[in-house]
Design a protein around this ligand. Structure first.
Ligand SMILES: Cc1ncc(COP(=O)(O)O)c(C=O)c1O
Length: 438
């Protein structure tokens, strides 16, 4: 078959024509390893797509899903629910920061973000402040690909083709990536706290009373792992409080252990008003997301006649029984295996391995926080992204390693229960590849 011409699958965020010349196809997985259809094993340095911190095909989750699908596959989700969705909402809110006691289910991170933005707008309206319609995101932010998330997001290639159809009334804080001042920082970078004051400036420009919500990733992930300067999130919280603005943490990547805690908010000791999640909620086994909200937000909706729907929003698959069963088994595994603790223990080792690339001639920055890391390569003249993609492909074909590249940024999301030796071997391999290419 001429794969270039005939492959009917239009792949997401993929260089499709390049891919089709030599497709990279996975057929199985167990623990920290993928297998291809010819039986080759590949070590996964990205735990899925930031999703599968417990490892692939975790027996407990597999069993829960098998059992659930044979017991209750699907039930109507409007005006009726299932036992697993109720239990998971209870479980997840029980792990959340104090005061965040309600949970709305979605099927992905993108849906969680758009749901959160709608909940924020509706909350202000319910309180008689419908004029608070402006949303604030941040440059380099990634909040998924739906229209709300794309509009508050700040990834230029994702926005470019839709520039004139993005939501109106959205503004952005400047991003906090400052390689000039912060290159090769271990953990939180020293410089850039003052960038949080962009929010105060936007409040002066638009008047804070017109702003509904600010959404940020506590650590920007897809932009190439950009941790905030110390005090940055606290300052956003203070400014939001001063102006009555809701603070949304997009924790689609960081929730459920990636920063060594159930939620990034707990690691940073800053409590937002809304938290968006997905990925680690089910260890990536079944698509599912959750939006967690403070009581006051939920309560503001609980008005009017009791027979009326309060929030005209939801998905056919909100709180899907099989996904919720996967979520419950995932939460059990995190608790029983001490996964968040394991992640904390691995963090210094991971940091050392990443920063061993600091002196490499092709590396211009290394960034890390929790079990999130990036090695930023110098771009080749006139071909940004080419060097990163070559590392990815060589690792896959020649070294049996799955390495994620976003342009020239190699990104790392190790398993929360990684074996330190496996992790070390994977970085030695990447060094060999980096040495070999131009
Ligand atoms: C912070 C953040 N928000 C939202 C999303 C979108 O999630 P999904 O791809 O599940 O729609 C992602 C995906 O990586 C993300 O990292």
């Amino acid at each position: 078959m001429n794969a270039v011409a005939e492959n009917p699958y239009w792949m997401p965020f993929t260089a499709n024509r390049d891919f089709n010349r030599r497709p990279r196809v996975i057929a199985g997985a167990a623990g920290h390893w993928y297998t291809t259809s010819d039986g080759t094993r590949l070590y996964d340095t990205f735990s899925g797509l930031w999703t599968s911190g417990l490892g692939h095909c975790h027996p407990k989750i597999v069993e829960a899903v098998q059992k659930q699908v044979a017991t209750l596959d699907y039930c109507i989700t409007f005006q009726v629910t299932n036992d697993k969705a109720l239990a998971l909402a209870d479980r997840v809110t029980g792990m959340a920061p104090e005061g965040i006691d309600h949970c709305f289910f979605t099927n992905s991170g993108s849906e969680s973000v758009d749901t959160a933005l709608k909940i924020a707008l509706g909350y202000h309206r319910a309180r008689g402040e419908g004029h608070r319609s402006r949303l604030i995101g941040r440059e380099k932010g990634y909040h998924g690909v739906n229209f709300g998330g794309m509009s508050v997001g700040g990834m230029v290639p994702n926005r470019k083709a839709f520039g004139t159809t993005l939501l109106p009334g959205v503004d952005h804080l400047r991003h906090t990536l400052d390689i000039g001042r912060n290159a090769f920082s271990r953990g939180l970078p020293e410089h850039g706290l003052e960038l949080a004051d962009d929010l105060e400036r936007l409040c002066q420009l638009h008047d804070g009373s017109n702003i509904a919500a600010v959404i940020v990733e506590p650590v920007a992930g897809s932009a190439g792992v950009v941790p905030p300067p110390p005090g940055y999130l606290e300052r956003l919280r203070e400014i939001c409080d001063r102006h009555g603005i809701l603070l949304i943490f997009d924790e689609v990547i960081v929730a459920f252990g990636r920063l060594g805690h159930a939620f990034g908010a707990q690691r940073f000791k800053v409590t937002p008003d809304i938290i968006t999640t997905a990925k680690g909620l089910t260890n990536g086994v079944i698509p599912m997301g959750a939006v967690l909200v403070r009581d006051e937000i939920y309560d503001a909706y609980m008005n009017g006649p009791e027979h009326m729907v309060e929030l005209f929003h939801g998905y056919t698959y909100s709180g899907h029984a099989v996904a919720a069963a996967a979520g419950l088994a995932t939460m059990d595994a995190y608790a029983e295996e001490g996964t968040f603790q394991q992640a904390q223990t691995l963090e210094p080792h991971f940091e050392d391995l990443l920063h061993s690339f600091a002196g490499h001639g092709k590396v211009i920055d290394v960034r890390n926080f929790g079990l999130m890391g990036a090695i930023e390569l110098a771009a080749r003249d006139g071909a940004p992204g080419a060097r990163g993609l070559e590392v990815h492909k060589r690792c896959f074909w020649e070294e049996n390693l799955v390495v994620r590249n976003g342009m020239d940024m190699l990104q790392f999301s190790p398993f929360l229960n990684s074996d330190p030796d496996e992790m070390e071997r994977s970085f030695m391999t990447i060094r060999r590849v980096l040495d070999a290419i131009d």
